[in-house]
Design a protein around this ligand. Sequence first.
Ligand SMILES: Cc1ncc(COP(=O)(O)O)c(C=O)c1O
Length: 379
Amino acid sequence: MKLSTKLIHAGIEPDPSTGAIMTPIYQTSTYVQSAPGQNKGYEYARSQNPTRKVLETALAHIENGKHGLCFSSGVAATDAVLRLLVPGDEVIAANDMYGGTYRLFTKLFEKMGIKFHFINMQNAENIKPYINANTKLIWAETPTNPLMNIIDIAALAAIGKPKGVLLCVDNTFASPYLQNPLDLGADIVLHSATKYLGGHSDVIHGCLVLNDTELRDQLYFIQKSVGAVPGPQDCFLVLRGLKTLHVRMDRHCANGEVIARMLRDLPAIGKVYWCGFEDHPGYAIAKKQMRGFGGMMSFTLKDDSPEAALKVLSSTKVFALAESLGGVESLINHPATMTHASIPREERIRNGLSDSLIRLSVGIEDVEDLVDDLRQAIG
Ligand SMILES: Cc1ncc(COP(=O)(O)O)c(C=O)c1O
């Protein structure tokens, strides 16, 4: 099946009891057994739920993997991967990533004895000096949040695999419609399904997709032992979101391109970060590993003061000032005080995330309204 067909049909069977074409929301905590240990494959809803199972199967197909696992949020999925590690293990992570991931790593897992190296991965070779016998995991996002840097997934896999180091790629920004990390050698793909997969800003959800069955069993054990599982209603919402991912992403990409090029021409703009520009340092890699450039971008103003940024952030009328991304509606965000506030300022500035940086999640409204809105807000 081609991806657009998979998004609608993969893993979905009409409900066996009624023929309902839409997967029912199995709102139950437990399942009746005919005798102790005799059941229909479902014992207790923290361990298994039919709505969640359909979604896990669908996600696996869509990311070209064998196994899917769903969690109550993207960070719960991240947490599950980190729980594979033991004190003394080391992680090489990108130095530009979602602030909540950074917070989880540095505030919770560092004190459990896991050592993190935050590295500029725009050149994959940069990770080589940090690999040693304790290195267990490479963690990358691409495109990165919020600077839209591109990391070469195949190059990271080629360096890590011979040393037995797992590669986990957070594919939230690209979505499976634009990029499939497992095909490029990653071991685990992570999504905050809260974003493009759900697509309608109405659910918090996360997932992992992978091929290795032993690794899946370890992560399943963590999923059921920790219990950070999504409810069936949330799984249903993500299942419904998946069915339109391709049409939404086409429009996010088309609108994103118009907005990025328009912003670049405005006199008040300093720099626009969007990986579809031919002069973006990661353009060649993005062309190679992605099927489009998406609707995420960031920009700075020539007046690089927080005041100037705050004026723009509070002047848009169609773009809503809010955390999150990937929904049908356009959002504007100030990473320094919102999504990335948990990264210490010096660290943020060192990695290029300035106080005035503004991030856009370009939605699927009429692009002329989006252009007009930004023009009037930026001036
Ligand atoms: C790239 C990325 N990964 C992971 C997460 C965490 O996902 P959630 O908010 O669903 O826990 C986010 C949230 O913004 C994100 O942007």
